[in-house]
Design a protein around this ligand. Structure first.
Ligand code: FBP
Length: 518
């Protein structure tokens, strides 16, 4: 293979570990921290996770390794949306496993959680791993979103684990995937299978974050990639001076990506979903706010600009989230099939009219038909609306256009409003990881193996103190149940990891809010 100098440099990059993991496997000991409780619904979560709830947080330190020597056969899966650095989690895990004992084995199950059920796997060796070090993407074994939740699925996974003599499974994923990890860990413990389960915090969305998990991997690289593209568009807008660019950026349930990109690129407008929800803004209020900026710039002769729209914006608009919740209930259980079997959109529209409340139907009725139909696209296996498929950037620019036409008729607005639409999502998820993500991911994988070696299960690999140089990073583990609460999904109450939304009293948003007018 002919490598460009940049590719060669990335392959040769040696990721940095936290100082406490640098002295070799024999010099890593455990320090016990506090016992934990879940963030909410403690009694319910404790009852659902009797074997894995309430365990202690732990930190690794330099000191004699006291873990029991045992041959380890570890299975790993990549789960959910791609995020730069996943390959380094696997290479860190592989290096720690082989450094502990050359006879240890790492199996990669293909295509996400379904690989564990279908027993579709590869055994990693040095040459295999070396070809993927420091590269973006999840193509090393692929990814998927299958939800592990039925007794039948767990039995199959247990059989597959028994067949290979698996001692542990590592699930590299976001909030839903690590919910899978917690449920699987509990099942494995309750059934005395001897299989440990460890999670690693991944998602470009940045919403798998809490007082312990400072960042999910991939966010750093993805936001840098989108910001470079947004910066290019800003230059283009300022050169051509004829378009308003509506740019939707990924981030299904939280606006961290939009906020970070706004801080990096200073666009004319950036919506933050959490602010929209806090101010209980309606779609027409949002459109009117954007129209104010367009009008102000247009009347000064600047008929161009850039607006960043977070992918999940529609779910933050109270009237819209109520509508989506009602649609979710309407499609729960066998109703999805019934709905899909209806012959045409007219029949479907009647079904919707009968199922929605009057208020939600009023919101639904004003949407362009394209958006109405997008709201009924298939939910993902975790019951989430696939917001990446809803063209909210087009919805908002259409509403702004209507508003500007009214203002034009009233004589207050004299500008032109030409629009272009972009969606920056998939192009950021498989970029070469930044040095930060390369180091962080390698450390998460290496650390995951230390948790396995010390016998932990139902833990998330935790590397913190991330704003400091890697030497000062702190490695350890946190019980996944600590992050869980009960939420309504697919018309049922489920234990899930609580998503971290943008905090309106946090420093990033406060800085943005203080400077956005400029
Ligand atoms: P994860 O939560 O699994 O990390 O995925 C996040 C994400 O990239 C979202 O930003 C986006 O809405 C979604 O994946 C798209 O999913 P898909 O890859 O299934 O189209």
């Amino acid at each position: 293979m002919n490598l460009s100098p940049l590719q060669k440099a990335r392959y040769e990059y040696v990721p940095k570990l936290p100082g406490m993991l640098r002295n070799g496997i024999a010099e890593i000991c455990v320090q016990n921290g506090e016992a934990t409780t879940s963030v909410a619904d403690q009694d319910k979560i404790k009852a659902l996770f009797p074997n894995t709830y309430g365990k202690n947080e732990i930190t690794f330190a330099k000191g004699a390794n006291t873990s029991a020597a045992k041959k380890q056969v570890v299975g790993v899966i990549l789960s959910g949306g791609q995020a730069p650095g996943g390959h380094n989690v696997i290479s860190g895990l592989y290096d720690a496993l082989k450094a502990t004992d050359k006879n240890n084995v790492l199996l990669g199950f293909k295509g996400g959680p379904s690989g564990l059920i279908d027993d579709d796997y590869v055994e990693f060796d040095d040459a295999f791993i070396d070809a993927y070090r420091n590269t973006g993407g999840f193509d090393i074994i692929g990814s998927g979103r299958t939800k592990l939740e039925t007794e039948e699925q767990f039995k199959v996974v247990t059989e597959v684990a028994k067949k290979h003599g698996l001692t542990a499974i590592v699930i590299i994923g976001g909030d839903d995937s690590n919910t899978n990890a917690a449920v699987l860990a509990e099942y494995m413990a309750a059934n005395n299978t001897g299989v440990q389960v460890i999670g690693c915090p991944k998602t470009i969305d940045g919403d798998l974050k809490n007082e312990d998990i400072e960042a999910s991997f991939g966010f750093d690289t993805a936001t840098k990639t989108y910001s470079e593209l947004i910066g290019n568009i800003e230059r283009d807008a300022n050169s051509a001076k004829k378009y308003w660019h509506f740019i939707k950026v990924m981030g299904r349930s939280a606006s961290h990506v939009a906020l970070e990109c706004a801080l990096e690129t200073q666009p004319n407008i950036c919506l933050i979903g959490e602010e929209v929800a806090a101010k209980k803004m309606s779609l027409s209020q949002i459109a009117s706010q954007i129209a104010d900026s367009v009008e102000k710039r247009g009347n000064a002769g600047n008929n161009f600009g850039v607006a960043i729209i977070p992918e999940g914006i529609v779910e933050f608009v109270p009237e819209f989230s109520k509508l989506i919740a009602e649609i979710n209930e309407l499609l729960a259980g066998a109703n999805t099939e019934k709905f899909n079997a209806l012959p045409d959109w007219d029949a479907k529209y009647k079904f919707i009219e009968q199922g929605l409340t009057k208020e939600s139907m009023a919101v639904f009725a004003i949407l362009p038909q394209l958006i109405q139909q997008q709201l009924f696209l298939e939910r993902d296996p975790h019951g989430n609306v696939q917001v990446s498929l809803i063209e909210s950037e087009k919805l908002l620019s259409a509403l702004v256009k209507d508003e500007l036409e009214k203002r034009k008729a009233a004589g207050t607005y004299k500008g032109k409003f030409g629009t272009l639409h972009h969606f920056f999502g998939y192009e950021g998820r498989c970029a070469f990881p930044s040095n930060f993500d390369a180091d962080y991911c390698y450390s998460l994988g290496y650390n995951a193996f230390m948790l396995i070696q010390y016998g932990y299960t139902g833990y998330l690999s935790k590397v913190s103190n991330l704003s400091k140089p890697a030497e000062e990073w702190v490695a350890g583990g946190m019980p996944i149940t600590k992050m869980m609460n009960i939420e309504r999904r697919n018309g049922e109450d489920k234990p899930v990891i609580r998503k971290a939304l943008v905090e309106l009293d946090g420093a990033p948003f406060k800085y943005f809010a203080a400077h956005r007018d400029q």
